[in-house]
Design a protein around this ligand. Structure first.
Ligand SMILES: Cc1ncc(COP(=O)(O)O)c(C=O)c1O
Length: 180
């Protein structure tokens, strides 16, 4: 299945057409493995990474396996203990720079290799991807949206900019977008 030739690559190209992706790869196992494939092909030991504190544990595994240096974006939590959205201010470059500067393991001024956001939490919290692209394009090499619960989003107007990749969605000028 991981040999991208013959009928497999033909099906991957058809899926890329349907999802409006430049490249699309099937993965045996689920989104945990997909997340690790994205990370292990893009992050090296000692790289600074910017991660949703409410990310799936496969991302925490990737941080541990690779030896990356995480800087966390903190979501809100209400008095019922329910985790809400990461506030917009957490995504500002000044805030991320400040967090890197305050991290004793990170090199001063290090450029983050990847941002990973849980795109649809279990409670249905979604982020406007175009806003995140505007704020972080060129600042972080890869913008990765863990869309384990969101593959249906490109097929309904309701979700418009609230998923990573779809019809008529502009590329970043510099950063690469991943959806798992
Ligand atoms: C946001 C998110 N990412 C990744 C995963 C992992 O998916 P899988 O169980 O297919 O490995 C899950 C699983 O529920 C998830 O909710």
């Amino acid at each position: 299945m991981l040999d991208h030739t013959g009928p497999v690559v033909a099906a991957e190209r058809n899926a890329a057409r349907i999802f409006h992706a430049d490249h699309l790869f099937f993965v045996t196992n689920g989104t945990s493995t997909s997340n690790k494939i994205v990370w292990q092909s893009t992050v090296a030991p000692g790289d600074v990474v910017v991660v949703d504190r409410n990310c799936h544990k496969s991302i925490l595994h990737a941080i541990t396996i690779i030896g990356a240096i995480p800087v966390f974006l903190m979501p809100t939590r209400n008095h019922y203990g329910i985790i809400g959205p990461i506030p917009l201010s957490e995504f500002s470059w000044e805030n991320i720079e400040r967090k890197i500067a305050a991290n004793p393991f990170a090199e001063t001024g290090a450029r983050p290799r990847i941002l990973t956001i849980t795109q649809s939490t279990y409670d249905g919290v979604l982020y406007n991807v175009e806003t995140i692209k505007e704020m972080l394009d060129g600042r972080i090499d890869r913008l990765h949206f863990d869309e384990a619960w969101l593959p249906h989003a490109p097929f309904h107007d309701f979700y418009r900019n609230y998923h990573a990749i779809g019809e008529d969605r502009a590329l970043c000028a510099e950063s690469m977008i991943f959806s798992t």
